[in-house]
Design a protein around this ligand. Structure first.
Ligand code: HEM
Length: 408
């Protein structure tokens, strides 16, 4: 066993047992971040902080929530909202956090796409990020079931119904997922288990993996410049800070992250206190009723674009279209054939591709909330087909993209 000297301070005591000075030294002098990055590079930390807030508020809600179809609705809408001290606050924090986490995930993803941060060497950052996107989607969906309101029930019904498409019907897959013919007690308790236990574990594992994948390739920068980190770090250490292209993670980069986090939390708590209904669907304030289908069923805003890719087609084709759309995003690093790691505005046709993708997803999101009738249905079909063509289009335009000479 190591020899433990008498410690003269808490820092020394902790250092002997946890090597905290080594961690500080690594973060201050051995973990380097490119200088040429903007506030968008703080979104990863914003996501990590939002996940922490979701976990803490979730633990408080868990103390009073009842995973039983006869009690769930009241435990949320009555007990937590009116009887438990500050129960309403934790619920609003959890609801706003769940919505904002997706806004930030989309900003973070599109930053990666715009700057080509998924290219050679950084593929695993992207793949682990997409793993997080899928895990967060499952986490949000399972959480939405828990208040057992009308939208929980009917969204659960519609989404699990997808698993009865085509020949899947014969295997009884949808009944196996629900544990019954329709969403009921077995359904609620298994989604409860997924939401509070299994999926958070998966998310934590994926976050560790995502951070690990950043270690060797380092984060990208605004120009996609290939930086010699060792040389630049030596310049910084020698006091030539202007000439160096990097900054130490702590405290220099961290101070920027903390500033962005401060601004973000102002918005976060403004929404929590003044606009909490932004994250709550009014239909979900009616208790689940399997005999009363709501006039119009739609998911939360962050799933609308995917929903609108499913909806204009019949069930089987819709499911295939949905699968293709998700797979195209997942395998983006391998579909983009261009060697250029550069911002979209320097990449010719790719710039147009990027903005068409964003506009198409916004149009799909808007249409997903509208009833699938008349012109809305036709427009939905049009924008869904555009989305499906974006993958092949990227493959073709990037095959012919001219190589950018660095420094140009
Ligand atoms: C929700 C959990 C997530 C957390 C906590 C997280 C965290 C981070 C952090 C801390 C960074 C480094 C700093 C930065 O660029 O912001 C990063 C980088 C990155 N993340 Fe995520 N991320 C998450 C989800 C995602 C998703 C959904 C994607 C997209 C599929 C993604 C793709 C990337 C990429 C490509 C980079 C590299 C950026 C660069 O090199 O410039 N991440 N992430």
């Amino acid at each position: 066993m190591a020899k433990f000297e008498k410690a003269n301070s808490l820092n020394e005591w902790l250092d002997q047992r946890l090597a905290i000075n080594t961690i500080k030294r690594v973060m201050n002098t051995e973990y380097w971040i490119p200088k040429d990055i903007n506030f968008l590079w703080a979104m990863g930390m914003v996501l990590a902080a939002t996940f922490a807030i979701l976990t803490i508020s979730g633990i408080f809600l868990l103390m009073y929530y009842k995973p039983d179809t006869s009690m769930a609705f009241d435990s949320v809408n009555y007990t937590i909202m009116t009887e438990v001290g500050y129960g309403w606050l934790w619920r609003h924090i959890h609801g706003i956090g769940a919505s904002l986490v997706f806004l930030i995930i989309y900003i973070h993803m599109f930053t990666g796409i715009y700057y080509g941060s998924y290219k050679k060497g950084r593929e695993l950052i992207w793949l682990s990020g997409m793993g997080l996107f899928v895990a967060f989607s499952a986490e949000a969906f399972s959480g939405y079931m828990l208040p057992w309101g009308q939208m929980s029930y009917w969204a659960g019904m519609v989404i699990t119904n997808l698993f009865s498409g085509g020949s899947l019907e014969a295997y009884g897959l949808v009944e196996w997922i629900r544990g019954d013919y329709v969403p009921g007690d077995a359904f609620l308790t298994r989604f409860f288990m997924l939401h509070v236990f299994l999926l958070p574990l998966v998310i934590i594992g994926l976050i560790v993996l995502h951070f690990g994948t950043l270690r060797i390739p380092h984060v990208n920068n605004q120009e996609g410049a290939e930086i010699d980190f060792e040389e630049s770090a030596d310049l910084w250490k020698a006091g030539m800070k202007k000439e160096s292209k990097v900054i130490p993670f702590s405290p220099v980069f961290l101070s920027k992250d903390v500033f962005v986090l401060g601004v973000y939390f102002m918005l976060f708590f403004y929404l929590v206190f003044y606009h909490f209904n932004f994250a709550m669907d009014p239909v979900n304030f009616d208790p689940a009723d399997g005999l009363k289908t709501p006039a119009h069923i739609y998911p939360e805003w962050y799933f609308l674009w995917s929903y609108e890719i499913l909806r204009p087609f019949n069930k089987d084709i819709g499911l295939i279209a949905f699968g293709i759309a998700q797979a195209a995003l997942f395998f983006l690093p391998f579909i983009d054939r261009s060697p250029n790691v550069a911002p979209a505005h320097k990449r010719g046709l790719f710039k147009w591709w990027f903005w068409i993708l964003i506009l198409d997803m916004i149009a799909l999101t808007a249409l997903g909330k509208l009833p699938p009738e008349g012109i809305f249905n036709d427009l939905g079909l049009f924008f869904a087909i555009v989305f499906l063509l974006m993958g092949p289009a990227l493959f073709i335009i990037t095959m012919f993209e001219k190589k950018i000479e660095k420094g140009a």
